[in-house]
Design a protein. Structure first.
Length: 299
């Protein structure tokens, strides 16, 4: 392209401003996908080396501006906790707030050997982000990563290999708990970031989400609670006594989800946790078989 990289860079920034795309996304794409040195970019080094053809880069940036394709999909990767994960339109882009669910599990399992050495399920694993972090934090546990999408599972499996954690994770395709029928009653815990957005609200999301992220992983039914209801009512068949139930949900849904758990009549220690903005974003509970009231899991 005529004019060289720095002329293109200034024009790309102008287009981003005009279309209300965060400027930081341009720099991120240059570093992560085009192999640009971050310091040289910041210093406007005239000797900056571009790892790809400028025409290819411009084509990607045009898609970001005009098609509203998320920059993570353009680069094919995203940073999450201490991982660099592959992503594609087959999986949701892991969000920073979801990182907190792993910290919640770490807090709830601290000092409990049966948790640390037990069987866990990440239901609706997508990119595998949660399963990978569980495997990293509980090296003696076995983590099951479950998803209905074969394409999503392929990405999750690839991410497990990239992070060196594939030996700690088992993958299965199916609807929520169904692939885990052989180990029903033996799960130490289940974790999920399920679809929780009301169907009509999905259509009103930002175009980056509505047009490009998988609706299967977004749409939670008319009130957004369909999948959460299923997880609450089905988990008792699969959790061991004292097993943990931990989910992410939409802002404003915590009271309804807590009521769901109470109505099931087999959960105790029901609690909510805020996200980085102080919004109740997560709910946890402990499975309590009716014949074992006030059950407490031994360390």
């Amino acid at each position: 392209m005529e004019g060289g990289f720095w002329l293109w860079y200034e024009q790309a920034r102008d287009r981003a401003i005009a279309h209300q795309v965060p400027l930081g996304e341009l720099d991120w794409l240059l570093v992560e996908w085009a192999g640009v040195d971050r310091l040289k970019l910041r210093l406007h080094d005239p000797d900056l080396a571009l790892g790809v053809e400028l025409t290819r880069l411009d084509g990607l940036w045009q898609r970001r501006i005009h098609e509203r394709v998320p920059v993570q999909y353009l680069a094919g990767m995203v940073g999450w906790r201490n991982f660099r994960l592959q992503v594609s339109p087959s999986v949701l882009i892991p969000r920073p707030e979801t990182e907190l669910i792993v910290d919640i599990v770490a807090e709830l399992t601290a000092g409990h050997r049966r948790f640390k050495q037990g069987l866990w399920a990440d239901l609706g694993t997508g990119s595998g982000a949660i399963a990978l972090s569980l495997a990293e934090n509980m090296p003696e546990a076995t983590i099951w990563a479950i998803d209905r999408s074969a394409e999503a599972l392929a990405i999750a499996h690839s991410n497990a290999q990239l992070t060196g954690l594939s030996d700690r994770i088992r993958f299965a395709q199916g609807h929520w708990f169904e692939p885990l029928a052989p180990i029903a009653g033996h799960l130490a815990g289940m974790v999920s970031n399920p679809p929780y957005i009301p169907s009509q609200t999905v259509l009103d999301l930002d175009p980056e989400v509505m047009l490009h992220e998988p609706h299967l992983a977004l749409d939670g039914g008319p009130d957004g609670l369909d999948c959460l209801r299923h997880l609450a009512t089905t988990a008792p068949q699969y959790l061991m006594p004292g097993g943990l139930w931990v989910v992410e949900l939409m802002a404003g849904q915590a009271p309804a989800v807590m009521d769901l758990l109470v109505d099931c009549g087999c959960y105790q220690s029901i609690a909510t946790y805020p996200d980085l903005s102080g919004i109740d974003r997560f709910v946890s509970a402990q499975y309590q078989p009716p014949a074992q009231a006030n059950f407490e899991l031994a360390p």
